[in-house]
Design a protein around this ligand. Structure first.
Ligand code: URA
Length: 437
């Protein structure tokens, strides 16, 4: 077997055997295969795809390049949620403590923001002192003691994925369904969980822009997870406008705290509750969706979910002052208000444009090495469908970068379209895959 022939086989649209995938992918993880050969292979996979069997084998091999955590000694059902990424998507910060307060263990391994889409780790690290790099021992102990922890991918979790993802990012091969599937699931399978709920985004601010492509990704993820023995359900949810009002790390953390206090925006809570309910159903702690919703609403109303969030922050070294008094958080040097140019209904708030604007304001990364200004971001004052009067505030920008304000405010103003007629609003939840399994 050699790498050249494996690459040529996929280039010619033929199926790779498990042994061939293992030879080249594990060889790469062990530094025996050079970057240029894996770049060629990932481009061949991007162009010619992989069937479910190949995708499941790739997932398993990437998983076995590292460790698999084992929570068998911790009683109770362990579940996680993963989103394919969006703008204003702070669901994990609300879901993890709420689901844990309802009795499901949540060992969550999250990612960082890149490009227009944000990441849970950055939002948590916006809380001064918060550590997302717990040791595996600390992670286990926290799951045992408080039932929930949120950390980043460790060195020992799917190292083949770490190497390949960095390469894909630089070689325009991220948007491939088998590669995304194997990348996400190798990390999720390594968590040693009993069930997984996926939030596959669709629309202007998502990886997959159409419901058809999103459905393809959802089916690939669910089927591949199940082939690897992990019960999984996926919801396809709309990501045309940002979720909630806040976009930018600290602004989103602050909005999540408001949600946990029971004052969350309707769209954000709809998606968060729908995903959380599936976790409770999979865990068997609720028998129906209605019962799951009641338990989750009780976790919020009783203060148990907020308390669980405070427990997470405290255990992971974060300063609770800002959770109890968000108004004490440092302020951006510049604030700029965008006004409605005329009366009318908001027809569009383009999530991709808002995400890009936040990166320019300092709140995101163009490349992984970029530093983030946690304070920077955009606070929307309206949602699609709202009526606004001329001169009303549409959004406020927060930044320390004076030089970008003019350009960013112009692109944001263009991203918010106002027209005479009220738009039709589609349900945020498009469909679900995998519940029958
Ligand atoms: N997120 C991942 O972890 N991997 C991908 O390939 C795409 C998104």
């Amino acid at each position: 077997m050699n790498a050249y022939h494996i690459i040529a086989k996929k280039r010619d649209g033929r199926r790779l055997s498990e042994e061939e995938i293992e030879y080249i992918v594990l060889g790469y993880a062990q530094n025996k295969i050079p970057d240029y050969q894996i770049s060629a292979l990932t481009m061949a996979i991007y162009l010619n795809g992989m069937d479910f069997g190949e995708t499941a084998a790739l997932t398993r091999i990437m998983l076995d390049s590292g460790i698999r955590m084992n929570f068998e000694a911790v009683p109770g059902f362990k579940a996680d949620k993963h989103s394919t990424g969006g703008v204003g998507d702070k669901v994990s910060l609300i879901l993890a403590p709420m689901v844990a307060a309802a009795g499901v263990k949540v060992p969550m391994i999250s990612g960082r923001g890149l490009g227009h889409s944000g990441g849970t780790l950055d939002k948590l690290e916006a809380i001064p002192g918060f550590r997302t790099n717990l040791s595996e021992d600390e992670f286990y102990r926290q799951i045992e003691e408080i039932g929930v922890s949120l950390i980043g991918q460790t060195e020992r979790i799917a190292p083949a994925d770490r190497k390949m993802y960095a390469l894909r990012d630089a070689t325009a091969t991220v948007e491939s369904i088998p590669l995304i599937t194997a990348s996400i699931l190798s990390k999720k399978l390594a968590e040693g969980i009993d069930g997984l709920v996926l939030d596959v985004k669709t629309g202007k601010g998502a990886f997959m822009k159409t419901p058809e492509r999103s459905r393809e990704l959802a089916e690939s993820l669910v089927k591949t997870a199940q082939l690897n023995g992990l019960p999984t359900r996926a919801l396809i949810t709309r990501m045309d406008e940002p979720l909630g009002f806040a976009v930018g790390n600290w602004l989103e953390t602050k909005e999540s705290i408001e949600c946990l206090r029971g004052h969350g925006p309707e769209d954000l809570m709809r998606v968060t509750l729908a995903l959380s309910a599936q976790m409770l159903l999979m865990a068997g702690v609720a028998d129906s969706e209605q019962q799951a919703m009641q338990q989750l609403n009780r976790a919020i109303a009783s203060g148990a979910a907020l308390q669980k969030f405070c427990d997470i922050v405290e255990r992971q070294g974060g300063d609770l002052t800002y959770i109890h008094h968000p108004e004490r958080y440092p302020k951006s040097r510049f604030e700029y208000r965008i006004e409605a140019p005329r009366d009318g209904y908001i027809n569009e708030i383009n999530a991709l444009d808002v995400g890009v604007a936040v990166v320019q304001l300092g709140g995101g990364r163009q490349v992984m090495e970029d530093q983030i200004d946690y304070k920077a971001g955009v606070m929307l004052h309206h949602k699609v469908g709202d009526f606004v009067a001329k001169g009303e505030t549409l959004a406020v920008l927060y930044t320390d970068r004076q030089t970008v304000i003019e350009a960013v405010s112009a692109s944001l103003a263009a991203a918010i379209r106002i027209s005479e007629h009220a738009p039709n609003k589609d349900d945020l939840i498009v469909e679900m895959t995998g519940a029958e399994s």
